[in-house]
Design a protein around this ligand. Structure first.
Ligand SMILES: Cc1cc2nc3c(=O)[nH]c(=O)nc-3n(C[C@H](O)[C@H](O)[C@H](O)COP(=O)(O)OP(=O)(O)OC[C@H]3O[C@@H](n4cnc5c(N)ncnc54)[C@H](O)[C@@H]3O)c2cc1C
Length: 477
């Protein structure tokens, strides 16, 4: 059976390998010249820059990343960092260690409070319990409805009360008073994982966002070249530099168009930013279905400042700078990643922050250019001051905005569907759609964003497809 996958980011690249393993004949269409999407990299003036995602989390836990990597034969040895992230707050530096005790000591040093022990112990416990079981969330067949209900019962008993409690109310239960800086320290970590403010999330999402550095984070780059080699060996038809322009549904499948050529497939996986690109879908019912999920995306895009430093060796790989006050165009946290250039001669950095897409769309060409320049120099100033770097150590730097992301990756939106209380798990697009042979994966569908979220969706997708194939066989008999 043939299947087309649109989009070669984490979701589409992994889905293609997994589907081939199930016996499908796979064609993967990717708009860009290489695989990886937001988690990939690009080369400029001979230096490799990570496009957006710089961390791979969840490596210490048996699920879901390590399971996914072994399923797709990705045999990279990832080095796990300890501390995972270094958080720079106006009150002092907090290193997020893998161990609970060390983490609490650090937090107590900067924000002294006897109640930290109970709060952070809860975070630690919930993080490990939550990822202990594979969430099956699939209502596409009787079998999977049953597994879903079983999972939901377990999850409801364990986490139900956290799920229905707003994060702020939960915090107040643990702390009588919460000082502004400590709240900002918590909020900044929620923002970079849940993609929304603490006031919008439930207690479970807050605890998991804060537990993220306990899951084992690596600064290594996932080798998407290895994906390409595997795809070649497994006869996956990889069509790079091929943007799909339209999708239609015909009696026995789907018709895709790109650059004047038509392709027909019986099954289709949308692994590109489909919620932002529903106008390419010609079938009215499918478009209406996907359009109904559009309100789940918020106005969040990303600004990323890329650059190269000479004679600078940072102490850590990841820094989260809280409470920045640079401009109305950015949120209050900056996420800074450092890594060595391939030849080890210099240090590459990427600094990312949230921004409102609508702010950028309002600007005319000149204002766009000048705003970029102002932001670039403001962020560079912060970098120089924070790490005691001289301006002549900067070899080069350039800034990407939501407009840049749209041009190269087909998306203004940065982090997929935010994990707010409003966007709860029953509301986000499921991996198996009501349309025969049409599937969704990636950060605009079940599982949410990042390596962790996308891999949850992939496991779910494969479970659903396996089941459907089994059912089809049954019916055929
Ligand atoms: C600044 C930033 C920092 C982040 N940091 C982290 C991090 O440190 N760790 C982490 O785990 N996550 C991080 N994330 C989130 C993570 O990068 C994404 O959630 C994840 O990479 C999404 O993968 P995806 O495959 O769903 O989508 P994408 O990566 O968007 O991939 C979709 C692919 O589809 C292609 N495409 C688009 N339109 C078409 C078309 N018409 N035809 C064919 N192909 C098309 C695109 O070129 C792209 O390659 C970050 C995100 C951002 C923006």
């Amino acid at each position: 059976m043939d299947v087309a996958v649109i989009g070669g980011g984490i979701a589409g690249s992994c889905a293609s390998l997994l589907l081939q393993k199930l016996g499908f004949q796979v064609t993967l269409f990717e708009k860009g010249k290489s695989l990886g999407g937001c988690a990939g990299s690009f080369i400029r003036n001979g230096i490799e820059f990570k496009t957006a995602a710089t961390t791979i989390p969840g490596l210490l836990l048996p699920f879901p990343i390590s399971t996914l990597f072994s399923e797709i034969n990705l045999k990279q040895n990832f080095k796990i960092l300890n501390p995972s992230i270094i958080i720079l707050t106006p009150k002092g530096v907090v290193r997020r260690f893998l161990s609970l005790e060390q983490t609490i000591d650090e937090i107590n040093r900067v924000f002294p409070n006897k109640r930290h022990f109970y709060f952070w112990k809860k975070i630690y416990e919930v993080t490990f319990q939550f990822f202990d079981k594979i969430p099956i969330f699939n209502l596409s067949s009787p079998n999977l409805v049953l597994s879903t209900l079983k999972y939901m019962k377990w999850a409801f008993l364990k986490f139900g009360s956290l799920y229905f409690t707003p994060a702020i109310r939960f915090l107040k239960k643990y702390y009588n008073t919460i000082d502004r800086e400590y709240l900002e320290f918590i909020n900044s970590q929620v923002m970079i994982t849940a993609q929304t403010e603490i006031s919008n999330v439930n207690a479970l999402i807050m605890l998991l966002s804060l537990g993220y550095p306990f899951t084992g984070i690596s600064a290594d780059t996932v080798d998407f070249e290895n994906f390409k080699i595997q795809m070649n060996e497994r006869r996956i038809n990889l069509m790079l530099s091929t943007a799909i322009e339209s999708i239609d549904r015909k009696q026995n499948g789907y018709v895709l168009k790109s650059n004047g050529t038509e392709y027909k497939f019986s099954k289709l996986v949308l692994a590109h930013p489909f919620l932002e690109n529903t106008d390419m879908i010609k079938d009215k019912k499918i478009r209406k279905y996907l359009d109904s999920f559009k309100p789940l995306l918020n106005d969040n895009g990303a600004i990323v400042l890329y650059g190269v430093l000479r004679n600078f060796k940072p102490q850590g790989s990841f820094y989260l700078l809280t409470g920045n006050k640079i401009s109305t165009f950015t949120s209050r946290e900056l996420f800074i990643s450092f890594y060595s250039s391939k030849d080890n001669s210099s240090t590459v950095f990427t600094i990312s922050t949230h921004t409102k897409v609508s702010d950028w769309l309002r600007l005319d060409k000149d204002r766009y250019k000048s705003t970029k320049e102002v932001l670039k120099s403001e962020i560079l100033q912060i970098l120089l001051q924070t790490f005691n770097i001289r301006s002549d150590q900067i070899e080069e730097s350039f800034l990407a905005t939501p407009i840049t992301f749209k041009r190269y990756l087909g998306r203004f939106n940065a982090g997929g569907i935010p994990m707010s209380m409003k966007n709860h798990i029953l509301r986000i697009p499921p991996n198996i759609t009501p349309f025969s042979g049409l599937y969704l994966c990636g950060d605009m569908s079940f599982g949410y964003q990042g390596w962790l979220g996308v891999s949850v969706g992939l496991v779910n997708l494969i479970n659903g497809i396996k089941d459907e194939r089994f059912r089809t066989k049954d019916y055929a008999v």
